[in-house]
Design a protein around this ligand. Structure first.
Ligand code: LLP
Length: 457
């Protein structure tokens, strides 16, 4: 069993930071005595008034600030290290465009993500295509567009890619994704670098497969890639993984096989509650220490560290359900179909009320739940919250990564609206889905169609 990502406060209500503590660590949020909670220069109540709830809100300013901090750490290190945003964490075109303008490339894991990255203006030459199973059509589309690098995860995939590239008369730049068998110490559902995980090529087989890559038509071997998991706080597992990759690079070169690149993956953890954030300096430091003297082009694939703090989910209290002798249930209009992380990984998301008077109110334990018909539709038991009543609004924090991208329409709940804030401007970047749109792409078999109405009198 891996550990929980962020343990919910089930036993007691002692672990929630206060609103003041949450805000102190998030300088892009301020409390206005009249408007309440403000993101950059936009009162969040103005967005909720105009668009209703639930609504996702992304901050362009936070995205830029995080991208710049990463790039500054890279620059300071002097390493030849390119940054490829993990599109899976947030694939909205506006998010990708903001990051492309900051100079980031993309890491994609499907044909859909590849198309999105290109559509947002990221050159295929700046795209890395990862993933444990890419279909023929996904490989063909990426090859024809001139994708920079395909991370191959198995011997079988290498043979398939060789034949697809040969058929198309092109050459695929390939990194072998190696499973270094390192425990990232993160939640079992998001650890990827342990032997037994489905990801990557077993370390002991990587060198032989790299040699094989040199023999195959349509393959241009570039080097190695690794990614050990997500929400990793400490640089130690990164260092362990990169040390193993470094010795693989040396072994390959000793065997006469050139190595030009090492892709270091992503996985930098953020602080949702009180976890230590993995700083860009610590991450880049781990890379420099283990791989810095290898004379290779380096790449990284961060997602969460850039996008998580930039997003939040606004929601309204539908009702407050009292329980005799226990904490009440606060039923909000956002649910597990919107933000799946708490129900999937017991993830903890900070919570702030929007109204000015609630930001400084006394707090009390309450169970925060959505309306979906599953017990797992919970944002935490015994959360310490201000006294919330029907109609009060809250912001669930740090939802910019693995938030809207993991939404579904379960319980026939339409996709929530999405808004982008940028300084004092804000704009809807995806309108709320209408209920009728839930079935516009469904088709009724002919034999279930109603008979045309009879005209007989
Ligand atoms: N590269 C590869 C090959 C990956 O599989 C991932 C994430 C990343 C990069 C980006 O990792 P990040 O920097 O975002 O940690 N849905 C889960 C997280 C799944 C991560 C999957 N792979 C969650 O909500 O916590």
């Amino acid at each position: 069993m891996g550990k929980e990502i962020h343990t919910l406060t089930d036993a007691g209500a002692t672990l929630d930071p206060s609103p003041a503590e949450l805000m102190a660590r998030r300088p892009y949020l301020t409390a206005d005595p009249v408007c309440g909670l403000v993101l950059e220069d936009v009162p969040l109540n103005a967005i909720a008034d105009a668009e209703g709830t639930p609504v996702w809100v992304m901050s362009a300013g936070v995205l830029r600030e995080r991208a710049r901090r990463l790039l500054a750490a890279v620059k300071d290190s002097g390493l030849p290290l390119s940054v490829h945003f993990a599109v899976k964490s947030n694939d909205h075109l506006a998010v990708l465009r903001i990051l492309a303008l900051e100079g980031l490339g993309a890491d994609v894991v499907s044909g859909g993500e590849f198309a999105r990255a290109c559509r947002a203006g990221i050159s295929p030459r700046r795209v890395i295509f990862s993933g444990v199973g890419k279909t023929d059509s996904e490989l063909d589309a990426a090859l024809m567009a001139g994708v920079a690098q395909i991370n191959v995860e198995s011997a079988e995939e290498l043979e398939i890619l060789s034949s697809r590239a040969s058929n198309l008369g092109c050459s695929a730049g390939v990194a072998l994704r190696v499973n270094p068998d390192v425990d990232a110490g993160t939640h079992e559902k998001i650890t990827t670098g342990l032997a037994g995980n489905k990801f990557g090529i077993p370390y002991a087989e990587a060198l032989a497969l790299y040699r094989r890559a040199y023999e195959l038509p349509g393959i241009k071997p570039l080097g190695f890639a690794t990614h050990i998991g997500s929400q990793i706080s400490s640089p130690v597992p990164f260092r362990q993984a990169y040390a193993r990759i470094a010795s693989l690079v040396r072994d390959a070169r000793a065997a006469g096989l050139p190595v030009e690149i090492v892709d270091c993956g992503g996985g930098l953890g953020v602080s949702y509650r009180d976890e230590t954030e993995c700083s860009p300096d610590a991450f880049v430091g781990a890379i420099r220490r283990e791989l810095g003297d290898l004379d290779v082009q380096l790449a990284m694939e961060p997602g969460r560290w850039i996008s998580a703090p930039a997003g939040m989910l606004l929601s309204s209290v539908i009702l407050r359900k009292s329980v005799t002798g226990g904490a009440p249930f606060i039923v909000i209009d956002a649910a597990m179909n919107d933000l799946a992380r708490p129900s999937l990984y017991d993830a903890w998301h900070g919570l702030l009320p929007l109204a000015p008077h609630l930001l400084h109110a006394d707090i009390e334990p309450a169970h925060l739940v959505g309306p979906v018909c599953e017990s797992g539709d919970s944002f935490g038991r015994n959360r310490l919250l201000p006294h919330l009543s029907r109609g009060d609004r809250i912001a669930l924090l740090d939802c910019g990564a693995y938030g809207s991208v993991m939404s579904s329409t379960y319980n026939a709940r339409p996709f929530a609206a999405q808004v982008l804030v940028d300084g004092n401007r804000w704009s809807v970047i995806r309108p709320r889905q209408k209920v009728e749109e839930l079935w516009t792409t469904e088709q009724m078999p002919e034999w279930l169609m109603p008979e045309p109405a009879s005209e007989a009198g």
